[in-house]
Write a protein that binds this ligand. Structure first.
Ligand SMILES: Nc1ncnc2c1ncn2[C@@H]1O[C@H](COP(=O)(O)OP(=O)(O)OP(=O)(O)O)[C@@H](O)[C@H]1O
Ligand SMILES: Nc1ncnc2c1ncn2[C@@H]1O[C@H](COP(=O)(O)OP(=O)(O)OP(=O)(O)O)[C@@H](O)[C@H]1O
Ligand SMILES: [Mg+2]
Ligand SMILES: [Mg+2]
Lengths: 256, 256
């Protein structure tokens, strides 16, 4: 059973990378063979796992633009059962370069889907946009997880995002499902968070993970050490939340 | 004296829109004729000022793609001395459409620069990417303000951003200057914030605004009422910080 899950939301800074890195690590801890794919030119998921790419090393850019096999690009990480396909600064130009390539929305799927099927879970981290990189990700994925910060601006973009998911389902990937929304950086002391939470539950019609990720400073400290939360501070609230999220996903899959 | 200032940072959720809306309002309060231009398909700056665009209304999309005059697009806002060129959902496709247009980096400058010169200040809000919308903005601007959250991932993208600014200076806009970095969502209780602060001051070699924007829940509540912070809660820390930022910019300009 191989599951490809895209982490997507065009709103910036809502916790896509933090969710991708720590959910992927949580699944690896449960001894699921997991691959994290970094589709963001900022390469935050890559550095969040302590990986630095030198200029001559291949990254997701060569997979998308030169159709290099993922076999020649993936790297192991410090975490057993977790591999990564890294990103690099070269990806900045990819969205413009992809525009004039034939079947530009299928570049990832055509180059990598077979390789992805060797893993139990593949987690795709995306940039904050609905451009060709995120479209490639949605075209390849079995389902999408939407991290949402409980703030007003984060709500505004949901209709654009769900609209894009529908378009991908109609034209490129009819099997794409919505796995659910995950509330991130939650601060229960704020009235705003509770008001937005009600909106999110209505919007996603019950497809909201029970696990809520609380605001926790250890989650924003961990990337500066190049470590997922479990290796940085296993006792933190952030580690507890992301372990619960991984477990919720696994339970959901085992009963599906 | 007309100044066009881009608010840019490809890292998501660092406070670009919050800075654009509240700095523009702060300048309008000082009775400077100010224009806010929303170049983000999410249209957060537009809704942050309480403006909703109907399907038949023109927005920044028609200015960039159809070269419609800004005279036919701009709208007044609730704030005296503040106009806006709104964004809308149609802008999602603009980056792809611009790729195959001649002089695609100059679409904004060619259509709007003359109109911009009628204002004392023009503030350009940008999406979280270094694509053609942000490039158009940097090509048109006199200077750029970089909002930075004091967290690790926010530091990682700075070299890409400054590299893009250098490329724009070399090929498209030799007069573009760096106005400075603004530290946003600052929480002085966190060690991380103080460590990152030192990094930012070294990176920008002293071009860091003295005004620091603290984390303040009133700033994230205000957009849900469609109001800048000064109309939502003039007594808040957020209003105090953004008024100080506007004053620092004005003092800097009067002595320049
Ligand atoms: N639950 C949390 N508590 C505290 N800080 C968090 C939490 N989740 C994420 N952060 C921090 O908030 C910032 C934004 O998170 P992150 O970079 O994961 O978002 P993103 O959606 O991937 O951003 P982008 O849109 O730029 O890709 C980061 O500095 C991260 O360390
Ligand atoms: N100083 C602050 N204190 C508390 N919340 C803030 C502050 N500044 C911004 N916010 C909130 O943080 C979130 C991100 O801010 P904002 O949307 O302005 O960032 P952005 O850089 O424009 O994001 P994007 O990359 O998606 O365009 C918003 O929900 C906003 O209301
Ligand atoms: Mg990210
Ligand atoms: Mg914004």
């Amino acid at each position: 059973m191989s599951r490809i899950i895209a982490i997507a939301n065009q709103k910036g800074g809502v916790g896509k990378t933090t969710t991708a890195v720590n959910l992927a690590t949580g699944l690896a801890i449960a001894e699921k063979k997991t691959l994290l794919v970094d589709l963001d030119p900022q390469a935050n998921a890559t550095s969040g796992l302590g990986i630095r790419i030198e200029n001559n090393q291949k990254s997701i850019y060569e997979l998308l633009i030169d159709s290099i096999s993922p076999e020649d690009i993936f790297l192991p990480t410090e975490v057993p059962f977790l591999d990564i396909i890294p990103s690099s600064i070269t990806l900045v130009g990819a969205e413009i370069e992809l525009v004039n390539i034939e079947n530009r929305e299928l570049a990832l799927r055509d180059s990598a889907r077979e390789f992805f099927r060797k893993y139990d879970y593949v987690i795709l981290d995306n940039p904050p946009s609905l451009g060709l990189l995120t479209i490639n990700s949605l075209t390849t994925a079995d389902s999408v997880i939407v991290p949402i910060q409980c703030e007003y601006y984060a709500l505004e973009g949901l209709s654009q995002l769900l609209n894009t998911v529908r378009l991908v389902q109609q034209h490129l990937n009819p099997d794409l499902k919505i796995e659910g929304a995950v509330m991130t950086m939650y601060d229960s002391r704020l009235n705003l968070a509770r008001q937005v939470e009600d909106n999110i539950r209505t919007y996603f019609e019950g497809k909201v993970f029970n696990t809520i990720i609380n605001r926790n400073v250890r989650l924003c400290e961990a990337p500066s050490y190049g470590k997922p939360i479990f290796l940085y501070d296993i006792t933190s609230r952030g580690a507890e939340n992301y372990l619960a999220l991984a477990q919720e996903l696994l339970v959901h899959d085992s009963t599906a």
